[in-house]
Design a binder for this molecule. Structure first.
Ligand code: DHK
Length: 165
């Protein structure tokens, strides 16, 4: 995890940064009735397998710190084709992460494991969604795989990328 080690994929594979925000390191034991029993390591393995099978190099990272997430988003603009991001709780609060995603202007797909719209009202406000190409929520860890499939199509020019506001 944390971006160390190889990315996998063929040398010419597009790189997709899969970014995870605060508390997602606790998946598996954290409120399993909401987030399930899958760990972040399980999700990372599934993303890497999917990347290998479909010609994407996966850079998988997690941090509990907003500035670190922003630094990784900035770095991505030099080498990544797109970003899949589960911003955790920052999805509801972080103008700074929203601005970083807008600044790098890479296709970005926001993923939430739980259905945030079926939860507390404060989770219904998502500044990051406005700059995301698309949003997936409520489908558990499978949401990451669906996001990678969508990203593959976007990168291949087979799907539209939304205009950023
Ligand atoms: C993860 C979190 O940590 C929460 O703060 C969000 C999101 C939901 C998820 O479902 O993956 O509200």
């Amino acid at each position: 995890m944390s971006g160390k080690g190889s990315r996998g994929g063929r040398p010419s594979s597009p790189i997709v940064l899969v970014l995870n925000g605060p508390n997602l390191n606790l998946l598996g034991t954290r409120e399993p009735e909401i987030y399930g029993r899958e760990t972040l390591a399980d999700i990372e393995s599934a993303c890497r397998r999917h990347g290998l099978a479909h010609g994407m190099a996966i850079e998988f990272r997690q941090s509990n710190h907003e500035g670190q997430l922003i630094d990784w988003i900035h770095e991505a603009r030099t080498h990544a084709a797109g970003i899949v991001v589960n911003p955790g709780g920052y999805g509801h609060t972080s103008v700074a992460i929203r601005d970083a995603l807008a600044a790098v202007a890479l296709p970005a797909i926001e993923v939430h494991i739980s259905n945030i719209f079926a939860r507390e009202p404060f989770r219904h406000h998502n500044p990051i969604s406005a700059v995301a190409t698309g949003v997936i929520c409520g489908l558990g860890g499978q949401g990451y795989i669906l996001a990678l499939d969508a990203m593959r199509a976007i990168v291949a020019g087979k799907a539209p990328t939304a205009k950023r506001s």
